[in-house]
Design a protein around this ligand. Structure first.
Ligand code: IPD
Ligand code: CA
Length: 274
């Protein structure tokens, strides 16, 4: 194979990314235009503050239909409708609106997040801020981009100087534990940010808009695309104590910061509590 010939996985990832981008753009258009018409169909899920709107459901149905037409053998895992049946090697993971509370309030920080996994590994991902049109993409081994600009993440090496984004779950007991962790973390880092959309937080970390991000309690659709984008920007993405990123913890940080930050988070029991 010559140096210029893409290997089969890269080619496949690029093809899946092209589909992801097309589908995510159409989905983001729907989210934005539904928001312009006014939020409707609001109900709650796991707690009284965990909201879902007609747009969350409509956007996910649109993504499932579009992928079904373009890639009929694939399966889809989404936040609102769960998993579709099938046995193909490609699974799409979608959060139709990440940042639903921002969507509810009209804060311009909500996104469509769509990743393609092959045999359980994310190989292509797109996150599109539906309010602003900003878009981040990545393919496995192919780098991360905001539009056409390749991303490299923060070069910060001193934990005390790190600006850290994070988020909170919807359950009051979990939030209380997360707040306790923050009261002890905030004296050890530059500052904390809470923007309200995990996928966008990961993209911000990927482009160095914050130095690092962590959160306990994420679901696969929150971090499938953003995690790949952060990783491809050169960040380390994982859990605590050498575990992979998962429901207990997702940390994304530049290599020099990942070790000290995960050690501090472990000391503060950030993956613990309810
Ligand atoms: C939530 C957002 C939020 C994060 C929560 C997520 P949703 O997703 O990403 O920033 O802190 O953990 O559940 O409900 O807006 O899709
Ligand atoms: Ca969501």
């Amino acid at each position: 194979m010559s140096d210029n010939t893409p290997d089969p996985l890269s080619k496949r990832a690029a093809e899946l990314l092209a589909i992801a981008v097309t589908v995510a753009r159409e989905a983001a258009d729907t989210a934005r235009s539904m928001r312009a018409e006014g939020v409707s169909g609001v109900s709650t899920k796991s707690t009284d503050t965990d909201v879902v709107t007609a747009a969350d459901r409509a956007v996910e149905r649109q993504v499932i239909a579009a992928l079904g037409a373009l890639r009929p053998g694939d399966t889809v895992l989404g936040e609102e409708y769960g998993g579709t049946d099938g046995a193909g090697s490609v699974r799409w993971v979608v959060d139709p609106i990440d940042g639903t509370v921002n969507y509810l309030y009209g804060l311009p920080q909500y996104a469509v997040s769509l990743a393609a996994e092959v045999d359980g590994v994310a190989v292509a991902g797109v996150v599109r801020n539906a309010a602003t049109g900003d878009e981040w993409t990545a393919t496995l081994g192919g780098g991360a981009y905001r539009g056409r600009r390749r991303l490299g993440g923060s070069t910060q090496t001193d934990l005390a100087q790190v600006l850290v984004a994070t988020g909170f779950g919807y359950d009051a007991k979990r939030r209380a534990h997360q707040a306790e962790v923050l009261t002890r973390l905030i004296t050890r880092v530059r500052d904390i940010r809470r923007f309200g959309a995990a996928a966008l937080d990961l993209c911000l970390a990927a482009e160095g808009g914050v130095d690092a991000y962590f959160e306990k309690g994420l679901n696969p659709w929150d971090h499938a695309a953003g995690g790949l984008i952060a990783r491809e920007a050169g960040l380390l993405v994982g859990g605590l104590d050498g575990r992979p990123a998962g429901p207990d913890m997702v940390v994304a940080a530049p290599p020099a910061i990942f070790g000290p930050l995960t050690e501090l988070l472990a000391e503060l029991d950030a993956a613990g509590g309810p």
